[in-house]
Design a protein around this ligand. Structure first.
Ligand code: FPP
Length: 244
């Protein structure tokens, strides 16, 4: 180790990376393929990213798989996405259990088909003892309604006399959100060139670094993930520098 690297602080990987997976439709269109093909390839990217996060020592990864707005898509596309979700959970669950991955789902799952709800419950229960990497999948998720639900939950506790209004603080809120127990994301990545949060983890991303990449989600590779992490470290280093 040379003198310079021995005094350079070690780079700690971000603890939690959140991903807005976008561009499946455009990926398919560019190839003259149906949108389903883009979603199918997008599910492959999910596998790649989960594996890469495990190998890179990331502790939490959250994936925006289906927003509450996505119900407005044609019924056939919604069916395709739900079908892929079923397939993904059925195909991956044994490996996730073996690999020490914990799976959690956030969002309102009551509107999902009963068999999917069963699969999600089962995957959560079977992986509950794992802690190497937590994969959190947002389904029928919208951040504003998550916040409103949290406010309702807290209001009920106050109305029941279990909590004093003045005792409500940020920690109370944090505990009332779907993401309770999961640290805030350090880094939010959105693919496909769009530069919006689209109602994703609004509370939780208050201090997150935001990275927007032109790569379409089905093309998102381990190299893209590593590049985003490098950019995150560059920003961290800049903010850590004293100026003046
Ligand atoms: C955006 O592409 C992506 C989605 C609507 C959802 C992401 C879904 C997957 C990656 C597939 C299955 C997920 C899991 C967890 C197995 P878009 O259709 O909005 O693309 P466009 O903006 O180019 O039309």
């Amino acid at each position: 180790m040379d003198a310079a690297s021995s005094i350079r602080p070690a780079l700690t990987p971000p603890v939690h990376i959140a991903l807005i997976m976008d561009g499946n439709g455009r990926w398919a269109k560019r190839r003259g393929l149906p949108r389903f093909a883009g979603h199918q390839q997008g599910a492959e990217s999910v596998r790649t990213v989960v594996r890469s996060c495990r190998e890179l020592g990331i502790r939490f990864v959250t994936l925006y798989a289906f927003s509450s707005e996505n119900w407005k898509r044609p019924a056939s596309e919604v069916d395709d996405l739900m079908g892929l979700l079923r397939l993904y959970v059925r195909r991956e669950r044994d490996e996730l259990v073996r690999e020490g991955v914990r799976v959690r789902f956030i969002g309102d799952r009551t509107r999902l088909a009963p068999d999917i709800q069963g699969l999600l419950d089962e995957a959560e229960q079977r992986t509950a003892g794992n802690s190497l990497l937590t994969v959190c999948i947002a389904l029928n998720y919208g951040s504003r309604s998550e916040i409103v639900d949290a406010a309702r939950r807290i209001a009920r506790q106050v109305a029941a006399g279990l909590l004093a209004p003045d005792a409500v603080d940020e920690a109370t809120f944090q505990e009332a959100l779907d993401t309770r127990g999961i640290p805030d994301p350090d880094l939010v990545i959105r693919t496909s060139g769009e530069q919006r949060l689209s109602n994703f983890l609004l509370w939780q991303s208050a201090y997150a670094e935001l990275i927007f990449t032109p790569t379409l989600w089905p093309d998102f590779s381990r190299a893209d993930l590593e590049q985003a992490i490098s950019e995150y470290h560059r920003r961290e280093r800049r903010y850590g520098t004293t100026s003046g």
